[in-house]
Design a protein around this ligand. Structure first.
Ligand code: AHM
Ligand code: MG
Length: 358
């Protein structure tokens, strides 16, 4: 870390002036402060035996929240009062989160997964916050519309994740490359540590929960067989790496190269959707990977081109190094899978009922 450049300095000095507006900077500041607070709590996670389990009553007589609920409430609390958002959506909330009455609003809409991979907390494995930022399309004087919320990933203004691991890292893009910042606890700032990240074009690592093999379609099995076989681009089996925490698996792929997959499966024939959510997981990661020179597809369509129909829509995801994603697309095309084969997928998500949005 030769130059001590903070996230905000980087945004102000090296990104276009459009992005470096006061409002956007304020939004980022609130995200950063939330990330620091979440880091503090994540670092205490191993002490739950000492400090009291979730569900316990703490010394103030309050119920101790689960870490993912805590992260969710911190983000909602801080960002809804920042005066920069017209609304929010979280993986943890069924419906849109409105800005409380009486607080100023802004033109940005934030979608986030407050603590992805939270099943890994108890075993001290990396977890993360994923975020996606859009600009509302309707005039700020009017009510928020469905079209403000359900935007294609290609319309994101910024996307990123904060990874809570051996150190805390913020990786983000505003559409001008991908930059990584590491939290220096001694000064309490995220400092530029990984400028202009580029994902290697050709990888040697594949990452997938292969325990789901029995539930995959033939195209998916052929893709995975390609990576673990010898008749592939590198002439020998790729290494398999799977943590089961999207941020950690994705981050490794971004730095070392690799393909991460969470394919559709037919465990429930009515929902051949894969597991990951389009808006709060797949789309932000897709913007990052494309900005770093990689690709993201559901096998047929570019992730960033998919128009969400529902807030919690799920989508199959193949993301990472260009050559490996291109190979996936080629195999799916050879199997004759088209857009029509996916009709209805992803529509299992909780709907927008009760949000008042039209
Ligand atoms: P979550 O949002 O409930 O935490 O689930 C998402 C996580 C991802 O981090 C990870 O890629 C995936 O679930 C792992 O799923 P599986 O355990 O089925 O392999
Ligand atoms: Mg998640």
């Amino acid at each position: 870390m030769s130059q001590q450049v903070t996230v905000i300095e980087h945004l102000l000095y090296s990104q276009s002036q459009v992005k470096a507006t006061g409002k956007f900077t304020m939004l980022l500041n609130e995200l950063i402060l939330s990330a620091k607070i979440i880091t503090r709590e994540v670092n205490k996670a191993g002490l739950v035996d000492v400090l009291g389990f979730t569900g316990d009553i703490n010394v103030q007589g309050e119920k101790v929240k689960k870490l993912d609920e805590y992260a969710n409430s911190i983000l909602i609390h801080r960002l809804s009062r920042a005066g920069v958002l017209c609304g929010m959506a979280s993986e943890e909330n069924a419906d849109i989160i409105p800005i409380p009455r009486g607080y100023p609003t802004g033109e940005y809409f934030l979608i986030f997964d407050p603590l992805d991979g939270s099943s890994n907390i108890d075993v001290n494995v990396n977890i993360g916050t994923i975020f996606s930022i859009f600009r509302r399309k309707s005039p700020s004087s009017s009510d928020l519309l469905l079209s403000d919320v359900l935007q294609r990933g290609s319309e994101q203004v910024a996307a990123g994740y904060i990874m809570y691991g051996s150190s805390t890292m913020l990786v983000m893009t505003t559409g001008e490359g991908v930059h990584g910042f590491t939290l220096d606890p001694s000064v309490g700032e995220f400092l530029l540590s990984h400028p202009n990240i580029q994902i290697p074009e050709q990888a040697r690592i594949y990452s997938v929960n292969e325990g789901n093999w029995s539930y995959w379609n033939d195209a998916t099995r052929e893709v995975v067989a390609y990576f673990k076989g010898t008749d592939n681009a590198i002439g020998k089996p790729y290494s398999a790496r799977y943590i089961g925490s999207l941020v950690a698996d994705f981050h490794r792929g971004l730095i070392y190269g690799g393909i991460f997959m969470y394919p559709a499966d037919h465990r429930d024939p009515a929902k051949p959707t894969g597991k990951l959510r389009l808006s709060c997981e797949a789309a932000p990661m897709a913007m990052i990977v494309e900005q770093a020179g990689g690709m993201a597809t559901d096998g047929v369509q570019r992730i960033l081109d998919i128009e969400p129909k529902q807030l919690h829509q799920r989508v199959p995801l193949f993301i990472g190094s260009k050559n490996d994603v291109l190979k996936t697309i080629e195999v799916f095309a050879r199997h004759g899978l088209t857009d029509n084969d996916r009709s209805g997928y992803g529509l299992d998500g909780r709907c927008l009922a009760g949000t008042g949005l039209k």
